[in-house]
Design a protein around this ligand. Structure first.
Ligand code: NAD
Length: 329
């Protein structure tokens, strides 16, 4: 996979930016990076890469992006944490245009491999009602009742990938990411996810000299969080593999949101008074990744402990916030 043009859609975002940087570090010399955002808003810009600002909902833009690419990674989506996806269902579903048009363009220009970033939000709601979770295995996506909006788009696009493979011979690969976190991603503005949001809130309290933190939900929701390096290794391994069906890519180190806050407080050396906002978006009560399949196919398992990944994430967010004025924080 080290030769030929690689397209990374969503390269201005968190995972896309890290993927491009990783490919450059590994010696790829022909990378096209595309995002809707202007370049100055991209989290990372890597040297020697062709960076383009394009709206991948548009078929002509997808054709411009995909022309000549042997490998296509689709990491572009209009998305965010629960606060965003619960309040922007139509926008989330419109990402269907991105994947559909990228598939059509990849077929037209005869790409050899196509990767789609799906999500644990495809899993049926009835399997996630209790914090005492049974880890989700791939077959739990059906009968379908995914997260409204965002999850339906991901499930539909997974199937579109499957049918482009079956009917048109495009080699599609799909990973179901479970909560990815790390530096160089969104930590404020409404699209941030729990690990970055908790880091930001703890840092805000520290910088402002206050001692309170608001937590969304009752804090007993359970989740697992995968560090970005593990996500990248798994993504590339899935792309190169013969795994035809969507497969989990996540950590199985389960924590409650309260435990996540404990860890961040420990890193920060803070102890805050917690208030619980039961009206805020909080997602399902419990969710974990069953990694039996990916372990048996690829021997993959996450190597970064939550505490270690959070430490790096916290430090990066702290540095960003220190550069801003108190008002901006
Ligand atoms: P992100 O929001 O940081 O990156 C997505 C990028 O896509 C953004 O930079 C955005 O500007 C770009 N984009 C949106 N609409 C576009 C368009 N029309 N044309 C071109 N670019 C467009 O998100 P991320 O965390 O890097 O997620 C990457 C992918 O992984 C997404 O498909 C997401 O749904 C999926 N995913 C992420 C997580 C996670 O925890 N981060 C979990 C499950 C799935």
């Amino acid at each position: 996979m080290n030769s030929g043009k690689v397209l990374v859609g969503g390269a201005g975002g968190f995972i896309g930016g890290h993927l491009v940087a990783d490919l450059v570090r590994k010696g790829h010399q022909d990378i096209r990076a595309v995002d809707l955002k202007p370049l100055h808003e991209w989290y990372q810009l890597s040297p020697g890469v062709e960076n383009l600002q394009l709206d991948l909902r548009d078929l002509a833009a997808c054709e411009q992006a995909t022309r000549g690419a042997l490998t296509v990674y689709n990491l572009a989506a209009d998305m965010g944490g629960m606060g965003f996806i619960e309040n922007n269902r139509a926008l989330c579903m419109l990402s269907v245009l991105i994947n559909t048009h990228l598939l059509m363009a990849a077929r037209k220009f005869e790409a050899k491999r196509f990767f789609f970033a799906s999500s644990a939000c495809v899993y049926a709601a009835e399997k996630q009602v209790s914090p005492e979770v049974v880890a989700l295995k791939e077959s739990d996506a059906y009968p379908a009742m995914p997260e409204d909006g965002y999850g339906w788009e991901k499930l539909f696009s997974e199937r579109m990938c499957r049918h482009f493979r079956e009917d048109f011979g495009l080699a599609t690969r799909v990973a179901r990411y479970h909560n990815v976190y790390g530096p160089d991603g969104t930590y404020d503005g409404g699209r941030e996810k729990a690990p970055a949001a908790v880091c930001r809130k703890v840092i805000q309290a520290k910088l402002a000299g206050t001692d309170e933190i608001e937590i969304w939900g009752d804090g007993n929701q359970t989740r697992s969080f995968m560090y970005i390096d593990d996500c990248l290794n798994g993504t590339k391994a899935i792309l190169a593999s013969d795994i035809l069906e969507p497969i989990n890519l996540g950590s199985n180190e389960l924590v409650t949101i309260n435990q996540l806050v404990d860890l961040v407080e420990e890193i920060a050396g803070s102890k805050l008074k917690r208030t619980y906002n039961l009206k805020a978006p909080k997602g399902v009560n419990g969710r974990n990744s069953d990694n039996a399949l990916i372990q048996s196919y690829l021997g993959w398992q996450p190597s970064t402990r939550l505490r270690d990944g959070l430490e790096k994430t916290y430090r990066w967010i702290y540095d960003q916030m220190k550069k801003r004025t108190p008002k901006e924080n």
